[in-house]
Design a protein around this ligand. Structure first.
Ligand code: FAD
Length: 407
């Protein structure tokens, strides 16, 4: 044991993945999650390229694959439902638009939690209320009243991170809205959705349906451009009104999908946003995952960033002998170009859905070579050291996963 005590805020993807690696490197880990239990739900998230290698090094390849969705691919359609383009899950070595490792966020969170629950302390239904930092540690007061001291505190508490606001500054300074609003909710599968995702796009709006593990239902996905989004993220009735308004007159199956807005048991709507920060650490406090560098759901890379970041953060800290400054600086130096590539993909994807202005010049043909080079950097553009010199209480399982993007 290094005797190092680390507090991690957030038990979704980044938090439990970091807990796994910190424990393996010899730290004592506590994870505090604001929700009363592990949060179920969420859309499908993907792991491509190096993120798959991290899953393998965690020994979780079989568990993750067993919990994957069974999506065969996606196709785009015109307003009458005629197929325009097809993307298969096994395209590009499984690292394409629909990834071979596609898993519901809640299911991945469950796999990561089950893997760490016996070696890590989880505290649900609580949060950090106050932090006092000195040269040797951090005193934490929890909202539930407990007071404890840690050597390091890491925020893996998502896009709306409270720890980031407490230590680095207000949300507005770091969260960038990309001008697109996304909504998801489940509907009865009266549309005959099978193993394929269907997507219809036109003039800055889109509607789609994707399969769910419960084949009697399908997930509706709607999006519209909106620079002026100002609906409270807790006011669901106002969000549904806004969605009806903005999707009015949109073709394909949209009216029938909207008919289920009032009988859906689940509903999510939010601005597509990224987090952009100059630094992801300050003294003994660091950030990981969406809290530090959300790339937005439109990048398809947020979960991969969280998994890879967890591996590097724990590895760099241990390799630096748990010196916070050196360890956190090493993590940041390795991760930043990888994060930037994924954020660029997210922004480009949003732009590609924007409606052209009526008097706009036709956009130039994309430079496919540059685009494929960017995609490759977003999937594989970070080195994973083996950290052979630092303690490891668990070994990798299975043979290496190779992955490549075919331009
Ligand atoms: C319920 C839910 C649904 C999601 N659905 C999708 C989706 O459909 N598509 C998609 O691409 N991405 C989705 N995401 C985001 C996706 O999980 C992340 O982009 C990515 O996996 C990185 O995860 P993360 O662990 O950094 O952040 P998140 O997954 O956002 O997790 C943050 C965790 O921190 C907890 N938390 C928040 N504040 C505090 C606090 N003050 N103290 C302690 N804990 C706190 C949250 O409850 C949550 O469990 C969803 C996240 C959640 C929580």
């Amino acid at each position: 044991m290094s005797g190092i005590r680390v507090l991690v805020a957030g038990a979704s993807i980044a938090g439990p993945a970091l807990a796994h690696w910190l424990h393996r490197r010899g730290a004592e880990v506590t994870v505090v999650e604001r929700a009363p239990g592990l949060r179920p739900g969420g859309q499908a998230v993907d792991a491509r390229g190096v993120a798959k290698e991290v899953i393998r090094r965690m020994g979780l390849d079989a568990a993750v694959r067993a919990a994957c969705t069974d999506t065969a691919g996606a196709y785009t359609v015109d307003v009458d439902g005629n197929v325009l383009e097809t993307f298969r899950a096994d395209d590009h070595g499984g690292d394409g638009y629909i990834a071979e490792i596609e898993i519901l966020r809640g299911d991945l969170s469950r796999v990561l939690y089950d893997d760490t629950r016996d070696s890590v302390e989880y505290v649900f239904g609580d949060r950090i209320a106050e932090l006092t930092r000195d040269a040797d540690g951090v005193d934490v007061t929890f909202a539930g009243g407990a007071r404890r001291r840690f050597d390091l505190v890491i925020g893996a508490d998502g896009l709306h991170s409270a720890l980031r606001a407490m230590v680095f500054g207000p949300r507005e300074r770091f969260v960038r809205h990309l001008g697109l609003v996304l909504a998801f909710y489940s509907v009865p599968n009266e549309f005959g959705v099978d193993r394929w995702l269907i997507d219809y796009q036109e003039s800055g709006r889109s509607a789609g349906l994707r399969p769910l593990p419960d084949a009697t239902r399908a997930m509706a996905m709607l999006s519209f451009s909106a620079a002026d989004f100002d609906v409270d993220h807790r006011d669901v009735a106002a969000q549904k009104r806004l969605l009806r308004e903005r999707m009015a007159g949109f073709g394909w199956l949209t009216p029938r999908i909207l008919d289920h807005l009032d009988d859906t048991p689940d509903f999510y709507l939010d601005q597509v946003a990224q987090v952009v920060m100059d630094r992801w650490s300050s003294g003994r406090v660091g950030l990981l995952g969406d809290a530090a560098f959300s790339s937005s759901p439109m990048s398809g890379g947020g979960t991969g960033l969280a998994l890879v970041g967890a591996y590097l953060l724990a590895g760099e800290l241990a390799a630096a002998g748990w010196d916070p400054e050196a360890g956190l600086a090493g993590y940041e130096a390795r991760m930043r170009p990888f994060v930037e590539a994924n954020q660029e993909i997210g922004r480009m994807h949003v732009q590609s859905r924007e409606a052209p202005a009526p008097d706009a010049e036709p956009s130039p043909e994309p430079d496919m070579e540059a685009l494929m080079e960017l995609v490759e950097r977003a999937i594989n553009g970070v080195e994973l050291p083996d950290y052979a010199e630092v303690p490891d209480s668990g070994g990798p399982v299975g043979s290496p996963i190779t992955s490549s993007v075919t331009p």
